[in-house]
Write a protein that binds this ligand. Sequence first.
Ligand code: CMC
Length: 479
Amino acid sequence: MATKEQAKSKDGAQAEGKAKADGAAAPDGKSSADGALSITDSRTGESYEVEIHDGTIRTMDLRQIKVSEDDFGMMGYDPAFLNTASCRSAITYIDGDAGILQHRGIPIEQLAEQSSYLELAYLLVFGELPTQPQLERWTYDVTHHTFVHEDIKKMNEGYRHDAHPMGMLLASVGALSTFYPQAKDTEDHEERYMAAIRLIAKVPTLAAFAYRHSLGLPYVYPDNELDYSANFLQMLFKMENSFEPDPRLAKALDVLFILHADHEQNCSTNAVRAVGSSDVDPYSAVAAGVAALYGPLHGGANEAVLRMLREIESVDNIPAFLEAVKKREQKLMGFGHRVYKNYDPRARIIKKHVDEVLEVTGENPLLEIATELEKRALDDDFFIERKLYPNVDFYSGLIYEAMRIPTDMFTVIFAIPRTSGWIAQWLEMKDDPEQKIARPRQVYTGKRDQDYVAIAEREGPEKITGPPARRPKLLRRGA
Ligand code: CMC
């Protein structure tokens, strides 16, 4: 693990010892390396051997590569984590080239076909499919924690009538930490279990409250006689006692929940792990995940797809839209993925369910635009060369829209099932002896050793360069 020359030196011995300990800690029990990477540093002519485990090297092993004794040592530079594994995980497996997604080893196609969202949530959290009594206990626990403190309603009343429900969800998930301060004891396994149950149970209620607030409608409380997705639909749509969730729509929503539950180290999961690594309580860590999911490049994409389809307006406008995408004036939302360089398997499953849902709800003209847009993009060299295929968000918005769920709520609905993935990943991180507080390094590119200049002696334009702090033309939304 050290330079051949340094192998007996103190630093080298430490690096070697660490690598061996790492090997011993591998969950598959392998203590020996799969091979080694030989590196020659052209600056010094020194050669190094770096062990390979599971197709990776430890970037800490690069630290021994130095040009001088006082050199900090080499680091890896990987903006946006394009090629860096930040953890070892046994929850979700993706083969992006082959379009494979498995949870705890079980293909997503089988889960979507045969499982239920709550069963999958159990699988993610505990690592095994539940037995019948385990599933009953889990379902009972989740179902009996769906109510939220009345103060959450008061908190919601403070928002403007047109507040985005995702902003409201973000705040209310964070607020849960104030109702359950005991969750701060993250080493207590009972508290962890309760946080998992409470989050999975309450996020649909918080989501539905945000929706009802945006319509100025009274909140509907959970109905614990209904299953998870049917209960969510009744909290959204019930007026007096008149709403009975259509079982076909409840089933379609449950499948969408299954498809969105976890997706290994994506932006929001990484946020949950990074924030959770500070040992904050799980409600605050999951709130970080909600914030990351809000962005249009992540969970916000399903919302953006619908806006894009409406803007395209008719099939005749598709060629012009695709030209604009190729000129980089537009982005084809719902296409492309950091990991999948093939058809996203979730998109394939959703596509099958679109027709079933439309049978219940009636035709949607946007489906024709989406189908034609997909066909033409998949036929176009720009998308072929870049391996851009539909992702999970391309068709999910159409199902939500058919269910009469407003566009602003799409990302909120994504957050409901993703909560179980976030919790499972948080729990895995807590039990991983190799994890510490997440703290990346940087390559500093700024000035060094500048002298402070007194204000009277500074030169520069009279006005601040850059955008004005306040833009008066925008509609003011508050004080
Ligand atoms: N439309 C047009 N061009 C695209 C798109 C797109 N949707 N996605 C990627 N490209 C181009 C990109 O411009 C680049 O071209 P070039 O090499 O000529 O510069 C090339 O494809 C590679 O793209 P990238 O930006 O390096 O890929 P990335 O891995 O950094 O980004 C992505 C992945 C999902 C952010 C991106 O594909 C994207 O913005 N897609 C649209 C938003 C979207 O649908 N997001 C949902 C993702 S799935 C849900 C989830 O898991 O969150």
